[in-house]
Design a protein around this ligand. Structure first.
Ligand SMILES: Nc1ncnc2c1ncn2[C@@H]1O[C@H](COP(=O)(O)OP(=O)(O)O)[C@@H](O)[C@H]1O
Ligand SMILES: Nc1ccn([C@@H]2O[C@H](COP(=O)(O)OP(=O)(O)O)[C@@H](O)[C@H]2O)c(=O)n1
Length: 283
């Protein structure tokens, strides 16, 4: 099933839209007890007896450092399995972009936390057209600038920002289960956001390969550009792996895959091969 085709699996309801409006504080507070984790039983639908009904749906958690191929591989897995796709890095980038635009000191945790608190993110979870908007304005391009990339780790280290975004990510995941499930990528998905995900993947690749990929992606050509990109990637890896709040780590039970010498289809095939038994066991 395509995540966008409006059809529904038997016994579940399609939501019709991939846009998940991340709600105001009041609304979120009222929804903290939403269906999460996915194994929480909810009442049986009328006419089906008294047995508790457990919502079906698959969550695939993909973590790894920059340039390891998370986005590319996650989107392809989502397409192949008919799931939605959530880029959690885009959410941290969007908060960073707002902070930079408002000239907030990104080394001031309470100022950064306030930005996250006042910003409404709208996230599109179609793997063919992922998108993100800030207070209604699309920022897909603005969040990919070098300035945002180099500032995002400081913003993502603020625990108030993380708890806010993690809560929003869990809402999106919970809502996606009714439409079959979701592939979620980031740094703390298998360890913090969705530790009960049936399938967890940790993608990696050598720093050199990741820098080359990122450089090529940015359209850079010179040796100096690659060296600069490598240094920036190294710095971000170090910040993301050593911060106190939810650092990048290999989650328990993850399939660990080094993609340095593998093509994208090879990585996707290998992930699906190694998770076949887990996928088969998921309702
Ligand atoms: N296995 C691979 N082989 C070659 N290029 C890849 C591979 N995986 C990803 N890429 C390319 O590397 C770049 C970075 O990949 P991306 O999926 O954005 O990584 P991440 O989300 O982990 O930062 C993209 O241009 C992508 O097409
Ligand atoms: N779940 C996540 C996702 C991203 N992040 C932060 O957001 C930054 C950008 O994430 P990203 O996935 O867009 O980065 P790339 O690996 O694509 O360059 C990371 O460097 C982390 O600092 C995080 O802390 N937790």
């Amino acid at each position: 099933m395509s995540p966008d085709d409006g059809s529904a699996s038997p016994g579940v309801t399609a939501t019709g839209s991939h846009d998940e409006v991340l709600r105001t504080e009041q609304q979120r507070g009222a929804e903290q007890s939403a269906v999460w984790p996915s194994s929480v039983p909810v009442p049986a639908p009328a006419g089906t007896g008294t047995a508790p009904f457990t919502p079906t749906g698959l969550v695939v958690a993909v973590d790894g450092p920059g340039g390891s191929g998370k986005s590319t591989v996650s989107r392809e897995i989502a397409r192949r399995l008919g799931l939605r796709y959530l880029d959690t890095g885009a959410m941290y980038r969007a908060i960073t972009q707002v902070a930079l635009e408002r000239r907030i000191d990104i080394e001031d945790p309470s100022a950064v936390a306030e930005v996250a608190e006042r910003t409404v993110l709208t996230v599109g979870t179609d793997p063919d057209r992922p998108s993100i908007a800030v207070d209604g304005d699309n920022v897909d391009e603005q969040i990919r600038t070098r300035a945002v990339t180099n500032a995002v780790s400081a913003v993502a280290a603020v625990s108030a920002v993380r708890s806010r975004l993690v809560a929003q990510q869990r809402e999106i995941i919970a809502e996606s289960l009714a439409a079959g499930g979701i592939v979620v990528e980031g740094r703390d998905i298998g360890s913090v956001v969705a530790p009960d995900a049936p399938v967890k993947v940790f993608l990696t690749a050598s720093t050199e390969v990741r820098a080359l990929r990122r450089s090529r992606q940015l359209g850079e050509k010179g040796v100096d550009d690659v060296a600069r990109t490598l240094a920036e990637l190294d710095r971000r890896d170090a910040l993301d792996s050593t911060r106190t709040a939810d650092p990048l780590s290999v989650p328990d039970g993850a399939i660990v895959l080094d993609s340095s010498a593998l093509s994208v289809p090879e990585v996707v095939d290998e992930v699906l091969r190694q998770s076949q038994h887990l996928l088969a066991a998921t309702p």
